[in-house]
Design a binder for this molecule. Structure first.
Ligand SMILES: Nc1ncnc2c1ncn2[C@@H]1O[C@H](COP(=O)(O)OP(=O)(O)O)[C@@H](O)[C@H]1O
Ligand SMILES: [Mg+2]
Length: 401
């Protein structure tokens, strides 16, 4: 028997959840009405006649966000098997704060009953899995290689994220064969499969749901092998699968992969969705891809500002200026001045690169002598080059920001 508790000031929301829970959860339901809210898990559990069976806590409308987050953190620490859901508008900062507090899902207040039922089902399933695997609430770094996680991001589409991610991944696989994995987190319209000419049997959706979630061997069997020694986890075949994936699913997936592989490269959708933020939150490196047109540069400026506001400072930052064309009227200096950050790699506009996308063979797969191939190798070397010994009197060369 599963049960849930609702903390809210809104009694009509309690009834909506009650309707949504039919068939998903059985047993006792307890609602709080405020104005004083429970602060600790035991305050919630004390209200239940069989507290040991609590599966889901819904922090509903009317609970101040800071109090909701505090209670979620207390659950994460003391009762990690209980799934906590937050009802709030899922703005990027709310999603990020929720994720950091260990909240499983953020539910829009106006979500329809059917959508709430789906989330409750999933929360119950997660709770059951967590009960079976005592360390399932653990975080990255609990053993394994604890690989470098490289998120390739930009505010806009069509600027070369997939091109950069696939070339970087193939380049890194040459230095770490069978220990490099490329994940397509452009969950709706990802095209890593096409960029690598592979026909995946499994996708990110299979990796985050079902047995792969708790068994790394199963997860590994879901990766598609590329002839270069790279593994890829491609986007789901249909766009709607993305809606069934939470930020927490992505966090868990990246933790699993970085525990097993030296390099985890993540291609993303344009902008800062909850999925992208989840990936960035676990990344050691951000590769920003910026095109040389005014809207791209302005978009990038805004993205850097938003990330700074969210406190998302990467260990290393790499700014790539892509498809640079001296005839476009925007110079590398203009970009540097507008962004206020160093431009680390400039990839020229290249017919060979465009052709390689259409052929599904990344340029780094061949040892090309053209300028785009060289620029891509420079990018790869930022991650693969051994750290140079510090010579007496010499300056230490720092890669990244
Ligand atoms: N430096 C470049 N020169 C020429 N074409 C490029 C360059 N970089 C990317 N492209 C082309 O631009 C298109 C969009 O690139 P893509 O990597 O899919 O962008 P995104 O993933 O940001 O949407 C592709 O057809 C790709 O071949
Ligand atoms: Mg793309």
């Amino acid at each position: 028997m599963s049960r849930y508790a609702v903390v809210t000031t809104d009694s009509s929301y309690t009834s909506r959840l009650g309707a949504a829970a039919i068939g998903a959860l059985e047993g006792e339901v307890h609602a709080w009405s405020g104005p004083s809210f429970p602060e600790q898990p035991q305050d919630v559990l004390a209200q239940l006649t069989q507290p040991v069976l609590l599966d889901v806590v819904v922090l509903g409308p009317g609970v101040p966000l800071d109090q909701a987050l505090k209670l979620a953190v207390a659950f994460e620490v003391q009762r990690p098997e209980v799934a906590v859901l937050l009802v709030a508008q899922p703005t990027p900062d709310v999603v990020l704060a929720a994720m950091r507090a260990g909240i499983r899902d953020v539910l829009e207040p106006e979500a329809e009953t059917a959508a709430i039922t789906v989330l409750l089902h999933r929360a119950v399933r997660n709770a059951a899995i967590r009960r079976r695997t005592p360390d399932a609430g653990g975080h990255a770094g609990t053993g394994g290689p604890n690989g470098r996680v490289i998120a390739v991001v930009s505010p806009k589409g069509g600027v070369g994220k997939t091109t950069v991610a696939s070339n970087l991944a193939v380049g890194l696989a040459a230095t770490a064969p069978h220990s490099t994995v490329l994940v397509d987190l452009d969950l709706q319209f990802g095209d890593i499969a096409s960029a690598l000419s592979i026909s995946p049997e499994h996708s990110v959706a299979d990796a985050v749901h079902g047995p792969a979630r708790r068994d790394t061997m199963v997860l590994k069997s879901f990766l598609s092998a590329h002839p270069t020694g790279l593994y890829a986890l491609c986007a789901p075949p249909t766009p709607d699968a993305a809606e069934r994936m939470t930020a927490e699913d992505i966090t868990h997936l990246i933790e699993q992969l970085s525990g097993q592989y030296r390099y985890v490269i993540i291609d993303t959708a344009p902008g800062l969705s909850g999925h992208t933020l989840a990936a960035m939150d676990r990344a050691s490196d951000f590769v920003f891809v910026c095109a040389t047109d005014v809207p791209s540069v302005r978009g990038m400026r805004k993205e850097l500002d938003v990330l700074a506001e969210l406190g998302m400072i990467p260990v290393k930052r790499h700014m790539v200026l892509n498809a640079a064309d001296p005839r476009g009227g925007v110079s590398v200096d203009d970009v540097r001045t507008t962004l206020g950050v160093h431009v680390d790699v400039v990839i020229p506009s290249s017919r060979a690169l465009r052709l390689s996308t259409n052929q599904g063979i990344p340029l780094t797969q061949r040892q090309g002598r053209d300028r785009a191939s060289k620029a891509l190798r420079t990018l790869v070397a930022r991650f693969s080059a051994p750290v140079a010994p510090v010579r007496k009197g010499g300056a230490r060369h720092r890669v990244g920001a």
